[in-house]
Design a protein. Sequence first.
Length: 327
Amino acid sequence: MKKRVFSGIQPTGNIHIGNYLGAIKYWVASQAEYDNVFCVVDLHAITVPQDPKVLKTKTRELAGLLFAAGIDPKQSILFIQSHISAHAELAWILNCFIPMGWMQRMTQFKEKSHDLKEQASVGLFDYPALMAADILLYDTDVVPVGEDQKQHVELTRDVALRFNNIYGDTFRLPEPVIPQVGARIMGLDDPTKKMSKSEANPGHAINLLDSPETIRSKLMRATTDSLRDIRFDEGRPGIYNLLVIYELFTGLRRPEIEARFTGKGYADFKRELGEIVVEGLRPLQTRYRELTSDPTYIDSLLSEGASRARPLAEKTLAAVKKKVGLG
Ligand code: ATP
Ligand code: LTN
């Protein structure tokens, strides 16, 4: 039996090469090894205000990009969270088994609500219960997440354990796994900050759907230093970050890359990197255009994904309701 892996990704902001090189590439590569469930978490997105049209467009765009990147709907399940009502239903039930004290310790809420103060929504506070529902509905073994989400997976385990203790074995306990493979890609405008999809400055990230001209010009303007030689030196974060991007797109070894640019300047390197990234993203962009040329095609793939996920989710939800005495 293959291990079940559940990954959730929010349809907000623009998907960038950091998401691709740090996560999506490995999701695609691991499809044969694991039983993957990928979920575009639109219910999580509305924990902060969203424009309805933009949310709907971004949800389809993200799903399309994941398919274009190589998520194979025959091997993996990919669906939209709000298409399966069991997520919201189980989240409610779990709410009733999560002590306030556990939730109050969640650091993401503290960070995200800091500026919003009293205006932060109850949904934002309750975000981890919905995430626990996502994970527990599918008998998940492994949840690959960044360090920032580990606390939420631990809360998921805690509520699963608590429920199992009260009602007998119901939920499988998931493990958080922090993938070591994916590099952390930094912002082009500020290489000391992680490349992030919620950053507004247009020079910050290369988005997966950027045109070749945009990619080239963003890279030419990327922040570096005033030194000359092109070496993998973590003490020089700007040029180091660009070299890592070069490394991950070409698969070349570091000494080979350094040798290739001995005696050359930053401008030469950036120009060549531009071509590497443009060509590296070309297959994905071509595939995305093919997939979206028929506006109903992505929706039909998503509806199939939901049809495969729904029976799994409903089975878990039915078992939970029975134990709790609902219905
Ligand atoms: P935000 O900054 O708005 O929270 P994000 O860009 O960090 O968003 P997430 O939705 O949190 O994106 O992450 C999706 C996946 O992409 C996660 O697996 C995360 O580890 C990975 N990822 C995000 N940013 C980077 C990055 N700069 N380098 C490598 N991997 C990244
Ligand atoms: N909170 C996650 C997205 C997410 C998720 C999940 C990840 C929602 N549900 C279930 C793993 C498993 C994030 O912001 N990256």
